[in-house]
Design a protein around this ligand. Structure first.
Ligand SMILES: C[S@@+](CC[C@H](N)C(=O)[O-])C[C@H]1O[C@@H](n2cnc3c(N)ncnc32)[C@H](O)[C@@H]1O
Length: 428
């Protein structure tokens, strides 16, 4: 499979790839073999006159940041980009697929679709799968981090083999490295932990974040230490200042028929700007799909809820809220989109469902959550709220303990799939 590289990638890979503890080793080797002839502007289209006209990263901008034993793609994104995270993303991809009964998207795509963009493509599983489903389309997958996308390709190939489809060639995906974050007026920063959390109990307790003593939750194995540990979470937050540099926009060389954004809450500071870029980079009649999820944490006095609330508060104050506010209709309409539709599907979390299908799904979902708890909280809470790695790990260990001992049985996650369309008559 061809891997299209920006010049940026090559410089980056040759400079720091071998030292990082991320997942880039395989892809690094491949990139270096392919050599310096692979020079592409973002999305591989026509050459631009000025390198300043693209948001593709320059080599000096890219480096993997190692913190607390995890590798991160930059200084701001809260999730790591190492092999542990890649595995989690691949598991979660199967959960997303399952939520849609095996479908990759809710957007009504024509079989003749020509160009598809996957924003924040992560492990690459979705991009490889959509390329297989639409072999005539050019699929461009963009991410801030270098992932082992060959693992996704090998996995897809293996699945084809298992189905006896030995002759089917994997279509090419164009893998690009770029920072697609946008920033602008500080309109989305102080969001709304309440809006994001939705669960009535959780929302109420957010208001009293620093004083709440907890309710009368049921006793369990982690209950005894809770009061003293709760104290340690009452600290003031120390959010970083927002960036103020010029924002150049995405500037892809050709528009897309479909843009897909999944699991990106907390990745973008300014969703209004991101949706504007989506709109500008779609053909008239093109579809945007944005997918994310939100937990309904019913246990009023659980460590999980407490960690969750604190994490939400820190994320909002850091300028990168982890709510699903960006899925609301107003955001899409403000950018010019029409035909907004949201599909919400509740997926069980844990092995509690009685029927086989949901039991397996819930277990798979649980594995991905257990893998994500520490990964999600570690950077935010150490960097922006002054906790030590050990404190965060201890707390996250308690959450895992709750999950494994059934404290959160009946827990479900609301997966939301939003699709919206650029009007057919807008050829701007
Ligand atoms: C939670 S993962 C989701 C991955 C994938 N969309 C999926 O559903 O499996 C978020 C991804 O967004 C990428 N990302 C974060 N900030 C980004 C940015 N500013 N520009 C491009 N990608 C970004 C991360 O590197 C990571 O791969």
């Amino acid at each position: 499979m061809r891997i299209c590289l920006t010049a940026v990638c090559l410089d980056f890979v040759q400079g720091v790839g071998a030292d990082s503890q991320g997942v880039m080793s395989k892809r690094t080797a491949r990139m270096m073999e392919e050599g310096s002839s692979s020079r592409h502007n973002i999305s591989g289209g026509s050459q631009r006159s000025s390198p300043e006209s693209t948001r593709s990263l320059r080599s000096e901008d890219l480096s993997v940041v190692n913190e607390n034993g995890r590798a991160y793609p930059n200084d701001t994104f809260f999730m790591p980009c190492d092999s542990q995270e890649q595995t989690r993303l691949s598991i979660l991809h199967r959960v997303f697929l399952n939520a849609l009964g095996g479908q990759l998207t809710t957007a009504p795509l024509p079989s003749t679709i020509e160009r598809i963009l996957d924003v924040g493509s992560g492990s690459g599983d979705w991009a490889v799968a959509i390329a297989l489903e639409y072999p005539g389309a050019e699929v461009v997958a963009v991410d801030l981090a270098v992932w082992d996308v060959e693992a996704a390709e090998e996995d897809a190939k293996q699945r084809l083999d298992e189905q006896g489809m030995h002759d089917v060639e994997l279509p090419e995906v164009t893998w690009e490295i770029a920072d697609l974050d946008m920033w602008g007026p500080v309109e989305h920063v102080e969001v709304t932990v309440e809006e994001g959390i939705e669960d009535e109990h959780v929302a109420k307790s957010v208001t009293g974040l620093n004083t709440q003593e907890g309710g009368k939750g049921r006793a369990n194995s982690v209950q005894s230490n809770r009061s003293s540990r709760r104290e340690s979470w009452r600290r003031s937050y120390n959010p970083p200042s927002r960036r103020g540099s010029v924002n150049l926009g995405w500037n892809f060389s050709e528009p897309f028929d479909f843009i897909h954004i999944r699991g990106m809450k907390g990745a973008f500071a300014y969703w209004t700007g991101v949706y504007r870029e989506c709109y500008a980079n779609l053909v008239p009649g093109g579809w945007l799909e944005v997918v994310d999820f939100q937990y309904h944490i019913a246990q009023p006095d659980s460590v999980m809820r407490e960690v969750f609330i604190n994490f939400h508060a820190v994320a909002s104050k850091s300028g990168y809220p982890v709510t699903t506010t960006h899925l609301q209709r107003e955001f899409f309409e403000a950018a010019g989109f029409e035909e907004y539709e949201m599909i919400a599907i509740d997926i069980p979390l844990g092995a509690w469902p009685g029927d086989d299908e949901n039991h397996t799904l819930g277990k798979m979902h649980l594995v991905s959550l257990v893998e994500s708890i520490e990964a999600t909280a570690l950077r935010s809470m150490t960097k922006h709220a002054g906790f030590t790695k050990e404190e965060v790990q201890e707390r996250c260990g308690d959450v895992v303990q709750e999950l494994l001992t059934g404290v959160h049985d009946q827990l479900e996650t609301s997966f939301r799939f939003v699709r919206a369309r650029k009007p057919l008559n807008d050829d701007k």
